[in-house]
Design a protein around this ligand. Structure first.
Ligand code: SAM
Length: 255
């Protein structure tokens, strides 16, 4: 299962609006920002997290193994970007990766082809208006995407809508370290060091100052759990990763 996505001639390199300052047009600003950093996105992720991000994605998929092992299971990986999580899921079940940033999908599709990933396909779509019928998927995932949505609560409601009764959502997102001294050290790295390295390699300093700001302005572990419950999820829980630098949130749709 594989589709080709051709390079988009309309990739913008022009001055980018700031996604945080521009709440009403956040979707457009986010899409343009990821279009600009797409070519270096994977390299910077590996460098800035010393590869830990790949372990986090694997941990996320492990929490879905029972639903992914159902006969004919199908998963949706939202905000799939360059398809790292899609590829992890693909080892267990059929999966559709969905993102609204064409240049990220082009790179993702090259990775799918290189790995002969026959259980996965990528499609262009907006997480806030998904082109899928109600109750379509056994599992829905979103890694480092929820924070970027123009309306987080609407995003959660949309995830719940496309999940089958008996299905499970897994959300991987940056969060707040819970251990005080570690928190201060991490925040120094995240706010001061990371934007310089990310900016130098990608050529977009603004994208890597947006990252820590967007995490700061995002609800913490308890806040996201409450929003998931409000969207209809049951059995909501979370697992802190690396002392809360990131967290995986799980929620079920009741049968
Ligand atoms: C930080 S990247 C994460 C990519 C990937 N999931 C990963 O783990 O590396 C966030 C992605 O979310 C996508 N995104 C943000 N808002 C979106 C929306 N409303 N609909 C679809 N994709 C969106 C961006 O285009 C970008 O590719």
């Amino acid at each position: 299962m594989s589709i080709r996505i051709s390079p988009d001639p309309q990739v913008h390199n022009a001055e980018m609006p700031d996604p945080e300052l521009n709440a009403a047009g956040k979707s457009r600003a986010v899409r343009e920002m990821f279009a600009e950093i797409a070519p270096t996105y994977d390299r910077i992720n590996r460098l800035l997290t010393v590869n830990i991000d790949m372990h986090w994605r694997r941990f996320t998929v492990n929490k879905l193994k029972d639903v992914l092992s159902r006969p004919d299971a199908i998963a949706l990986d939202l905000c799939c970007g360059t398809a790292d999580l899609t590829l992890e899921i693909e080892e267990h079940a059929r999966v559709i990766g969905c993102d609204f940033c064409h240049p990220m999908l082009v790179i993702g599709n090259e990775k799918l082809s290189a790995k002969h990933a026959r259980n996965a396909l990528l499609t262009e779509g907006d997480a806030l208006h998904l082109p899928f019928a109600d109750a379509s998927f056994d599992a829905v995932t979103i890694a480092f995407g929820l924070r970027n949505l123009e309306n987080v609560q609407c995003g959660l409601t949309e995830i719940f809508r496309v999940l089958k009764p008996g299905g499970r959502a897994a959300i991987l997102e940056f969060s707040r370290p819970v251990i005080p001294v570690f928190r201060e050290a991490f925040e120094f790295y995240f706010n001061k060091i990371l934007p310089r390295i990310g900016g130098l390699i990608s050529g977009s300093r603004s994208a890597y100052t947006y990252l820590p700001r967007s995490v700061r302005n995002f609800p913490d572990q308890k806040g996201i759990s409450a929003m998931m419950r409000a969207a209809g999820f049951t059995d909501v829980c979370y697992h802190n990763l690396l002392g809360g630098v990131a967290a995986v949130y799980l929620g079920n749709r009741e049968i």
